[in-house]
Design a protein around this ligand. Structure first.
Ligand SMILES: [Zn+2]
Ligand SMILES: [Zn+2]
Ligand SMILES: [Zn+2]
Length: 314
């Protein structure tokens, strides 16, 4: 018997099995939207299931792990709240549409206007003039044809597309993604909050004189890969993804009037974070210097093999 006053531990399989039912998801949603505890009859009124025995059967399945039951009635536990948050973010169920639309933002490479679209959980950005960042890399059968000006994508749950103009969607996606990078750079998994491991890879045969290196398919030889020690989250990019939360870099950016979290212009901040100079000073153990630029000012961060900053020059 489930005890309404004690939170139980369930395996993920059992938890998903319990939730694979519309009536139960409806109960969690009703509790999530309520201002306080709901009585059995108040909850039943909000359900499509008329038979109270059948309704009670589903409700009792949730009591313990997802729902707390006490003298005041039924309320959501933290686990139940997380389920409702996931359902309402639309990540699982909804597919909004945003056709490719020009926005008031410019390509960080050539300055031409860019277009955005929302597809498969991400805002995708395209330059209307140049080949974009990944033009060549994505030519090799990775989904996006060359010459489409693909500039990359920013994850955004479907709920982020609602009630926003395409410009606002782009900014929301940028801030949402940026917060994720700040979490990673601070050693925190943005999905589950566990510790992350950052591995550093240095391209052995780097030549980006044509824009992208053919060996590592990147502009930069030093790449960071972030893996969660608990969930399946993985991410990667240039060394900057490990450096964005560095105090000297934050100071440098804010002193130039740029908001590093929610910038006015994505292009200007991307120009700082995405267009830095890289010098490999020593390969083993790694010593590399990354120089960031805003206007005529620059900041150089020298890092060790763990991408920890060992020297700052301004
Ligand atoms: Zn362009
Ligand atoms: Zn390379
Ligand atoms: Zn995680």
């Amino acid at each position: 018997m489930a005890d309404g006053n004690r939170e139980t531990t369930l395996s993920p399989d059992d938890a998903f099995a319990l939730l694979g039912n519309e009536t139960r998801i409806g109960i969690l949603r009703a509790l999530g939207e309520a201002d306080g505890p709901l009585s059995f009859s108040a909850l039943h009124d909000r359900s499509d299931v008329r038979d109270s025995g059948q309704f009670n059967y589903h409700l009792e399945k949730l009591v313990g792990h997802f729902v707390r039951k006490d003298d005041d009635g039924y309320t959501l536990r933290r686990t139940g709240r997380r389920v409702v948050e996931a359902v309402l973010s639309g990540a699982v169920t909804e597919t909004p549409s945003l056709e490719r639309t020009p926005v008031d933002e410019h390509c960080e490479y050539c300055g031409a206007p860019i277009e955005v679209t929302w597809q498969h959980g991400s805002v995708r950005m395209y330059c209307t003039e140049c080949a974009g960042t990944y033009g060549r890399a994505y030519d090799e059968g990775r989904g996006v044809p060359a010459g489409e000006g693909y500039l990359g994508r920013l994850p955004l749950p479907p709920a982020g597309v609602r009630n926003r103009t395409p410009e606002e969607v782009l900014r929301a996606a940028w801030t949402w993604g940026n917060l994720e990078i700040f979490a990673m750079a601070s050693g925190i998994c943005p999905r589950c909050s566990a510790t992350v491991e950052t591995s550093v890879r240095v391209c052995e045969d780097h030549d980006a004189s044509d824009g992208l290196c053919e060996t590592c398919e990147s502009v930069y030889a030093v790449a960071a890969n972030v893996t969660c020690t608990n969930c399946i989250f993985v991410s990667g990019g240039g060394a900057v993804i490990a450096l964005v939360a560095n105090t000297d870099l934050l100071t440098f950016v804010t002193e130039h009037g740029l908001n590093p979290v929610a910038p006015e212009s994505i292009r200007v901040l991307n120009g700082v974070h995405g267009d830095y100079d890289e010098e490999i000073l020593q390969r083993d153990p790694l010593r590399a210097r990354f120089t960031f630029h805003v206007d005529d000012d620059s900041l150089a961060l020298t890092v060790d093999e763990n991408l920890d900053v060992v020297e700052v020059d301004r």
